[in-house]
Design a protein around this ligand. Structure first.
Ligand SMILES: [Zn+2]
Length: 436
């Protein structure tokens, strides 16, 4: 795939993945199209040499891996990690609010949302619904309204004269999307029932038991800039890395080296969940692939994880926010993220390996270290490294407006990162095993 075609499929992946559930569904479809076999955690696994597999947990996290050979303790796994969730507004259980003559939705803020960016956007609703069928079975289905059905309008400047001097938002009172006028009929349960019947005719739903729904911006992802230098979209953090990781895995299917992609939910809220990176999902899978305890440790020590999550590019309007010598530029390659206080898991060996592989592929590498007078973010890298002991590097593509409803990345960076990751997944020996 060339850069343009690559970006084109990236944009459609972003558009079709309004929630982690939908992102995993999109990835699952791509994996099945490419001959991967789905495993269920409840079942007994028979892994065959030469097979390609994936497994999901909570329908919002996925691990896909290749098994060109089964002696994982002699090969290790080339792992790439990302996360499927993004900061957003999620519906509260009792979501129907009526205020001042309007139907509104009560919302909970998920993760570190840049709240003001959600104002004046044409919002839709998507997620998972758990229902009881006429047959008595309980099942879950994904729904997506697709149409804009709600909006959080700004307050006029005339009613808030100091809005441009500093703007704060009270999420309990001021972020409630408006659905319509209260004089019209509205009952959330029946609207959800209509939507599920529309998407799943013949399902015979008796009642809705519960739901996990979030709002999202209906504006489609786009290439922007005089020369289309930029990708503007919701959820670039971190569906950009999930897409790149998946493309890299698929591009390397002829490799003799076992590779693994892990994309987990709940990173934006600390990753501690059954399906998050701080839960047992990865270890459960790896132990089933390498059940002998000594072999497991050998396999981990022959492995490496590239944790991919976006980095902060130097913003021309806010250039003082970066350390001048660690100020990544858009479209100048992936960024190695370093934090010696272990907010990132990068060390000189994992960084050295990445630099060398990128150079061999002909791509530039940049570095990011947060200013010494500012706090540093973190991601799944240190969590997985600390959990199973795998040597790890944190990298990411430079972006602007992280956690905005519409983020910006470079249109040349994603393709280059996929190339380097494919090479990594095909690299048998990472560091020499000589005596030190
Ligand atoms: Zn992220």
């Amino acid at each position: 795939m060339k850069n343009q075609a690559f970006n084109h499929s990236l944009l459609s992946f972003l558009r079709n993945s309004p929630t982690p559930f939908h992102a995993v569904e999109s990835m699952k479809a791509t994996l099945l199209d490419n001959g991967f076999t789905e495993l269920k955690e409840k079942d007994h696994w028979v892994i065959e040499e030469g097979g390609n597999y994936f497994v999901t947990r909570n329908a919002s996290s996925v691990i896909a891996f290749t098994a060109p050979e089964l002696n994982f303790h002699t090969t290790g796994w080339r792992m790439v990690g990302g996360h499927t969730d993004s900061p957003c507004l999620k519906l509260k259980p009792n979501a129907h609010v009526v205020r001042s003559g309007y139907h509104q939705l009560g919302v909970e803020v998920y993760g570190g949302v840049l709240l003001h960016t959600w104002l004046d956007r044409d919002l839709s609703l998507a997620g998972r619904i758990t229902v009881k069928l006429d047959s008595g079975d309980r099942v879950s289905r994904l729904i997506d309204f697709k149409d804009p059905i709600a909006v959080v309008p700004n307050l006029a400047i005339h009613l808030n004269r100091s809005a441009n001097e500093g703007f704060s938002v009270n999420p309990q009172e001021e972020m409630l999307p408006i659905l319509g006028l209260a004089k019209s009929e509205f009952e959330l349960q029946s609207v959800l029932m209509t939507q599920i019947e529309k998407q799943y005719p013949g399902l015979n739903v008796k009642e809705i038991l519960d739901f996990e729904l979030s709002l999202y911006d209906t504006q489609a992802p786009a290439l922007v800039g005089l020369n289309k230098e930029f990708i503007c979209s919701a959820r670039l953090d971190n569906l950009l890395s999930c897409f790149v990781g998946l493309e890299a895995l698929l591009a390397g299917l002829d490799s003799k080296q076992p590779a693994l992609l892990i994309c987990t939910d709940h990173e934006e809220v600390g990753s501690l969940s059954t399906s998050g990176a701080n839960g047992p999902f990865l270890e459960d899978v790896l132990q089933r692939l390498s059940p002998n305890p000594e072999h497991f440790v050998q396999a981990i020590n022959r492995s490496m994880l590239i944790s991919a999550d976006n980095a902060h590019g130097l913003h021309p309007n806010y250039s003082s926010k970066h350390d001048k010598l660690h100020a990544p530029m858009i479209n100048s390659g992936a960024v190695i993220k370093v934090n010696n206080n272990q907010r990132y898991a990068t060390n000189s060996e994992t960084a050295g390996i990445y630099r060398d592989l990128a150079k061999q592929e002909g791509y530039e590498v940049q570095t990011f270290v947060v200013r010494s007078d500012m706090a540093c973010g973190s991601t799944v890298g240190p969590i997985i490294a600390g959990g199973i002991g795998v040597p790890t590097i944190d990298i990411g593509l430079p972006t602007f407006g992280m956690h905005s409803i519409r983020e910006l990345a470079g249109s040349e960076d994603a393709y280059g990162l996929a190339k380097v990751l494919t090479r990594f997944m095909d690299t048998p020996v990472l560091m020499s095993n000589e005596e030190k």
